[in-house]
Ligand binder design. Sequence first.
Ligand SMILES: [Zn+2]
Length: 425
Amino acid sequence: MQTKKIIFCKRCLYTNLHPFSITFNEEGICSGCLIHEEKNNLDWKLRLQKLKKIVKSYKSKSRKNYDCIVPVTGANDSHFIVHIVKNILGMNPLLVNYNKYFNTPIGISNLANLRLKFDLDILFKNINMNSVKKITKFTLLEHQNIYWPILAGHTVFPLEVAVNYKIPLIIWGAHQGLEQVGMFSHEHEVEMSRRYRENHDLFGMEAQDLITIDSDLTEEDISQYVYPDDKSIDEIGIRGIYLGNYIRWDPTSQHQLMIKKYGYKSCQLPRTFDTYDHVDCYNYMNLHDILKLSKRGYSKITDHVCREIRHKRLTREQGIELVNFYEHKKPENLDKFCDWLEIDANSLALVLNKSKNKNYWIQEDINKFKFTGPSAHFKNTKNNEINNNIKDILDKEFIKNRNINLNKKNEEYILFGKGVGELYE
Ligand SMILES: [Zn+2]
């Protein structure tokens, strides 16, 4: 049982147990909800002007080099970021993508769509499969984490390209710490930093930390995940800015716009109602999400619900019903993951047991755990169906225009793909 008394935000569903620092005002509203209020009070026209001024000095005068780098994936906010950078800011970006290897056909197709519809150059980084598997196996067994290489790669590759191509500006979407827990105000205009990446994106684990006496990882395996040194960064004057500080960030309506304008592809995922985020990955909303629940006591459904409550598309009560519905849904495709990593199902089951944080789980038997995390305090609304009022809201806001189903025999992780003819229409 957790020793710390649990405090819920009165507006959203985050608690004082959130792994990022979260604070509450006297009325019991969390820092994330309070910073969210800035979205309704800031002069966004003025902030966009400010952004335009910042990026102006980075436009390549000779037109011989790219103006900036935009890290992209086949999901999340990539379409919207590229749309803003190219069409609103008038920049010529170089897109960069770290290959996560758990690609769905939708992710591959969205990436191709970015390349073709926006007519831009893109660089892919494909790390050799042996190292990726070795690192994933190590972080899974030792830290119950399968996403470390993906997050490390996604955050280091843009820096590498910035250094090698001498492009000083990297443009990201929203800052997660600001969006979720209000770690900063929009007006702080916080920028990318090595420290935030290590503490939050990488769960406090830098590449060098993976080389321990227990791991058979070598310098060679981790070399592609090492952040460039300060000297190289300073020499070029590399900075990474977040569009969310200058544009009123609302991923749901942004995705709706991207579907309408560019045919962004979306689908239902097993453990959330959000049909836009993470549709490029077979494992994020499956194994990765169940490990998050094990270790942190909450999963992505809570993040999605909190965001929707703040944007006033869902009420707190509807949010509770959705968390109750999705949080303990079984992850899918675990056998495909075991095949890929060359481990057996029993080893994975052991890892899943080991990952259960004693603050949120009571072990009742060898393979039986009782959940005591935040949602165990909610009113029990458990139903086999989502009630129709909520369903109507979700159907309207979260468009599903494709399907993926890895349980089908012929579907596998797509390692590489052109994005043409890969999608089951
Ligand atoms: Zn809140």
